[in-house]
Design a protein. Structure first.
Length: 506
């Protein structure tokens, strides 16, 4: 596809707050009133997100995408990994109860992820509601709403009757407008996996949120370490469609395996292009449990799978079993996870060995117990390690050492400099001669770079030749002008920032 100018895209909204403060009621009311009656009844049986078209107070019709369930897995994963799946959050707080434990947790998540948000003070229809006290509770948690001396928009609503909900949606759209959410509709789609499941009749199905571009039925996708062709594309109602634009929730069919929730997806026109992209990403792997997606085009990143070590635990008494189980769980790291497959009291048996044998490099730990002879023989056959202890700290030390041995190396990108493109002298396919100035760090011959346009990563490339004052050099320092021959699949433009980086193994 040819590139074009960026245009406004609808916001993706998540609703958060304390249990019983009305998150589900609010989502249900919005769905039932803002989606046509003929459609509303069938939404939730298809995907966990839906689109509405809201008519603002000024009369404009605007789309908004809502993640359908407040406790949705994608948002839980986002909390754990500090990744941004939503553009705007609605923080629901009860006018009866004020700020509660999960309200505070939601505030923390919003702040950590730097998500712009709107406060919805709910249940104002209740007899003992006190919206002003709720404002005071929020102020004590350093959340200052606009009419309380702060800059956080607030709406008083009743999710049950619908009072104030239209005004709340107007505020959501206003916040989204200030965020300047953009998409390049003629570019290939990128976005996030919202959920995935296996259907006995049709195979693996994934729900995606498109964050940039247009997704077309038949596109070839890269998700994690797999590439495949979309066999069917559905909208949020479960209806088959030919294409979908940015912020739309869609279902796709044709996956070889279930992807991780929160993983990036990248769309391509043909299989060869997708496979080439996947190959490039495998050169510079990183651990990405849930990928961060910017407002427009995300940075292309590869993936290292977390190492999972199957563990079996056997002890002499039940109390010791609980203590060792807690100790084992504490030792997992972001790169190595200890998965307890079986646990119990008594000797290590042949059955224990069989239970952990489905995974690679499995371990069985015994505390004040020993393995029987058949368990030893089977463990040797399957290559399973059996280790016994009588002191817990020695068990912890041994497991910590095993984790270090099995921790994979990770290649990370170290930024070396940033340059601004001032002029394009010539273009020959994917190679360009350009001129620029070094904003920070250095411009270095032979290094890779990211092309950043409007704060979004557009492509990657490499510095092939470098000169200053018509003299070939290996490096150009800060504030100096230069000329360079670069290679990039997507053309570099005047005004782009090139972020020079190196790969460092850690």
């Amino acid at each position: 596809m040819k590139e074009n100018n960026h245009i406004e895209r609808p916001p993706v909204v998540v609703v958060v707050g304390h249990i019983d403060h009305g998150k589900s009621t609010l989502l249900d009311f919005i769905r039932q009133t803002e989606v046509t009656a003929s459609e509303a009844g069938g939404i939730t049986q298809h995907v966990s997100a839906y689109e509405i078209i809201h008519q603002t107070k000024a009369g404009a019709k605007k789309k908004i995408t809502f993640i359908d369930t407040p406790g949705h897995e994608a948002f839980c994963t986002m909390r754990q990994t500090c990744s941004r799946i939503a553009d705007v959050a609605i923080l629901v707080v009860s006018a009866e109860d004020g700020v509660k434990a999960q309200t505070e947790e939601a505030i923390r998540v919003i702040r950590e992820n730097k998500i712009p948000f709107v406060v919805a003070i709910n249940k104002i229809d209740k007899e003992n509601s006190n919206a002003q006290k709720t404002r005071q509770d929020l102020a004590e948690k350093n959340v200052l709403v606009e009419d309380y001396g702060g800059n956080v928009p607030v709406a008083e609503i009743s999710a049950k009757t619908g009072q104030g909900v239209a005004e709340l949606l107007d505020l959501v759209l206003l916040v989204a407008e200030l965020e300047d959410l953009k998409t390049a509709p003629n570019s290939r789609a990128t976005g996030l996996v919202l959920e995935a499941h296996m259907n006995q009749k049709v195979g693996n199905i994934a729900t995606l949120i498109i964050k940039n571009g247009t997704l077309t039925n038949g596109d070839h996708l890269v998700i994690g370490d797999q590439t495949f062709r979309i066999k069917r594309l559905n909208n949020f109602l479960g209806e088959q469609i030919k294409e979908a634009s940015a912020s739309a929730p869609v279902e796709i069919y044709g996956l070889g395996k279930l992807p991780e929730v929160g993983a990036c997806f990248f769309a391509f026109a043909d299989k060869k292009e997708a496979e080439s992209f996947l190959k490039d990403q495998k050169i510079t792997p990183k651990l990405i449990r849930v990928a961060h997606i910017a407002n427009t085009i995300p940075q292309a990143e590869g993936e290292i799978k977390q190492v999972i070590i199957p563990i079996g635990i056997k002890t002499d008494v039940l109390g010791t079993l609980s203590a060792i189980e807690r100790e084992v769980k504490k030792l997992s790291t972001p790169l190595v996870h200890l998965e307890i497959i079986t646990k119990g009291v008594g000797k290590i048996s042949e059955n224990d060995v069989r239970l952990v044998s489905s995974g690679q490099d499995a371990i069985i730990i015994g505390f004040n117990v020993t393995p029987d002879s058949s368990a030893k023989d089977l463990a040797e056959k399957f290559g399973i390690t059996i280790q016994t202890f009588d002191i817990i700290y020695k068990l912890s030390e041994w497991l910590t050492t095993e984790i270090k041995k099995r921790t994979p190396k990770v290649t990370v990108e170290e930024v070396l400099g940033k340059i601004k493109v001032l002029k394009i002298f010539s273009v020959n396919r994917d190679k360009q001669v350009l001129g620029g100035t070094v904003l920070s760090g250095s411009m270095i011959l032979g290094k890779q770079f990211r092309v950043i346009r409007r704060d979004s990563v557009l492509s990657r490339g490499k510095v092939l030749e470098l000169e200053t004052q018509k003299i070939k050099v290996k490096e150009v320092a800060k504030d100096k002008m230069f000329g360079a021959l670069v290679e990039s699949k997507i053309g570099v433009a005047i005004g782009d920032v090139l972020e020079i980086f190196d790969l460092v193994e850690k």
